[in-house]
Design a protein around this ligand. Structure first.
Ligand SMILES: Nc1ncnc2c1ncn2[C@@H]1O[C@H](COP(=O)(O)OP(=O)(O)OP(=O)(O)O)[C@@H](O)[C@H]1O
Length: 611
């Protein structure tokens, strides 16, 4: 099914568009034209040597060997000439292949870099809609398909030179025989076309199966803990085996096609052409003297005429694959719509950290509204907490505020200015986001805190770690701040990762903190460290915090209770409890003693009322 989709897609690219894609792909070759010109010169030289070598032998055979005129000096001269020709051939082959590979590999490197750069700028909406596996495939598989695509051109280039040069010489020597050889060209081209038509289906099917195999492997590595926990090993192994079987079957089909058509058909035609050529020379010899060396050289040119076809047949399928891969890569490179854009002349800076939402609405897919009419103000230094059941829209508010997604109606203001008036870099710098589970990058603790920003000194890193009290666990690590971190940071507990991410945020000195409180179970000691870290980070900073445990945001200046994307209640902890509404219910559910807590607080504030 997926295979059908893929080949249907290949077919569905209109011819004009295919040429356009090829044209765009050629642009990547432009900066490396020196290498490509070198390759063309090499290919031309190769074609020349391929003509010259049989010619040298022909002269030697017909002028000296058969006429008994050979002397040692002549033999040595011809041997030297032939050896020089062979050396030149090796050199031309090297120049042609090296130049071409270098040019194409550099072009591919540029392509991968651009693609990766583009992916980094795409909005989250793109990533929501595109499976990670397929993005990885664009950057790795598709760019390596492009390598095959470039090679097709090399094959075509070398093949054409060889075909044309040998035909021209044949035409000069024996025009009629040359035309007989030429008569095979339409048959050859038909075989090439037919093979290409047939094999591209088989080939694509094979690649599809390989991709499925990769996906299965990826899935089983990423989900290994779930697989083991739910004892899915057998199912996964069976699925992998089935896909592997399918892959083998498609490989077999490919091998069958190749064995049948690839070399054999061309060889058959070549032998037929040889028979025709030899018969023609045989007939000619009945009337005129035909020199043996000439026949030898001529048959070598016939071989030069036919040989490139096998290569071309083998490679042509990559042409279409290259266009498909190219079109998919360009779809990423041309993708503009999803990345939230700032105003062109955005240059404001965040100085106070006031945040205001004015009647903001938002839909992830641009259609189904998730946030409705969200309005609130967080004055500089204040804490606004977002609470609500799962799926009520808390993270979505943060997502639009961080400009991961473009919001619909309404306005988001920072320091009373439109959020789009600030350059993205300013927003990323001054809005410090701390997520539930923070990602750690391959490197060490220190680089993960400074986030590879070389302007941040070791002292600042350590200071930040101390500030959020992450230093106590870091000091115990082997290598301390230089302790290795593997991608994802899975060697650390979620509490430790949180503390590192706090340090990472603090060191950047943001004006506004955006927190997604961790729900994971963390031991009491780390929990206390985290709460203390949060308290310290919040000091003097505007904070927008998603809170799952209501006890942690009792001191917030404003609590927004969300339900189905709407703010249904707002106020301070005490005000909301007094309301006996949604917040009260949630609080009671969590503590089981909301009213008691309220009572406690009342007594705390006013001890004499207890009597
Ligand atoms: N990337 C997304 N694409 C489409 N819909 C989404 C996406 N993320 C969230 N939603 C939907 O938006 C709604 C609000 O989700 P959101 O994550 O904001 O809720 P939340 O209150 O943060 O929930 P939780 O407490 O579970 O994190 C949900 O219905 C959810 O299915």
């Amino acid at each position: 099914m997926a295979d059908q989709n893929k080949s249907a897609w290949a077919k569905s690219i209109p011819v004009k568009e295919q040429f356009h894609i090829m044209g765009r792909l050629m642009h990547y070759a432009k900066p490396y034209r020196k290498q490509f010109i070198g390759a063309i010169v090499g290919a031309l030289a190769l074609a020349g040597v391929n003509i010259a070598l049989p010619y040298i032998l022909q002269v030697y055979m017909d002028k000296y060997l058969t006429k008994d005129k050979g002397t040692v000096a002549i033999i040595l001269a011809f041997a030297g000439l032939y050896a020089a020709g062979t050396l030149l051939k090796a050199l031309a082959q090297f120049v042609q292949s090296f130049g071409f590979q270098m040019g194409s590999e550099r072009g591919l490197e540029d392509m991968r870099r651009q693609l990766f750069g583009k992916l980094e700028t795409l909005g989250m909406r793109y990533f929501d809609q595109t499976p990670a596996g397929s993005i990885v495939s664009r950057v790795t598989n598709d760019t390596s398909t492009m390598s095959d695509f470039w090679n097709v051109w090399l094959t075509i280039l070398v093949g054409s030179f060889s075909l044309i040069s040998s035909f021209v010489v044949m035409l000069k020597w024996a025009p009629r025989v040359a035309l007989m050889v030429l008569a095979f060209l339409p048959i050859l081209l038909f075989v090439v076309w037919y093979y290409n038509h047939y094999s591209s289906k088989v080939y694509r099917h094979m690649r599809e199966k390989l991709s499925e195999l990769n996906t299965k492997l990826n899935e089983s590595i990423e989900g290994i803990s779930i697989i083991q926990q739910f004892r899915q090993e057998k199912r996964i192994a069976k699925e992998f085996e089935d896909t592997n079987e399918d892959y083998l079957r498609s490989r077999n089909a490919m091998i069958r096609t190749n064995s049948l058509l690839l070399g054999s058909m061309i060889n058959l035609l070549y032998s037929l052409a040889l028979v025709v050529v030899l018969a023609a020379f045989g007939l000619m010899s009945m009337h005129n003297f035909v020199e043996a060396g000439m026949v030898y050289a001529f048959t070598t040119y016939v071989a030069n005429f036919f040989n490139p076809m096998t290569n071309m047949m083998d490679n042509l399928t990559f042409l279409q694959d290259g266009v498909v891969a190219g079109s998919r890569m360009f779809r990423i490179m041309d993708n503009q719509e999803y990345a939230p854009q700032q105003h062109k002349d955005a240059s404001e800076t965040i100085t106070m950290g006031k945040i205001e939402f004015k009647h903001v609405s938002f839909a992830y897919d641009g259609e189904h509204e998730i946030l409705h009419d969200i309005s609130f103000v967080a004055n500089p230094g204040e804490t606004v907490a977002l609470v609500g059941h799962t799926g009520s829209g808390k993270s979505s508010i943060i997502n639009v505020m961080m400009r991961f997604y473009e919001f619909g109606q309404g306005q988001i203001l920072i320091d009373d200015k439109d959020i789009r008036d600030f350059p993205m870099a300013e927003l990323r710098k001054k809005l410090g986001l701390v997520l539930q589970d923070s990602f750690m990058f391959y490197g060490d603790i220190s680089s993960n805190i400074r986030m590879f920003n070389k302007d941040i000194t070791d002292e600042q890193v350590e200071e930040a770690a101390k500030f959020v009290q992450a230093d106590s666990f870091i000091e115990q690590l082997d290598g301390k701040y230089h302790a290795k971190v593997i991608e994802g940071g899975s060697q650390f507990s979620s509490g430790q990762r949180q503390l590192i991410s706090f340090a990472r945020t603090v060191v950047a000195e943001p004006k506004v903190l955006v927190l997604d409180e961790a729900t994971a179970n963390i031991d009491t000691e780390t929990e206390n460290l985290i709460q203390e870290g949060l308290r310290r980070m919040r000091q003097g900073r505007t904070t927008i915090a998603i809170a799952h445990r209501l006890s942690t945001i009792k001191d917030a200046d404003l609590i927004l209770v969300l339900d189905a994307g709407r703010i249904v209640e707002r106020g301070t902890h005490d005000e909301l409890l007094a309301k006996h509404g949604r917040y009260y219910d949630m609080y009671e559910l969590q503590t089981g003693q909301a009213s008691l807590a309220q009572e406690d607080e009342r007594i705390e504030e006013n001890p004499e009322s207890q009597e």
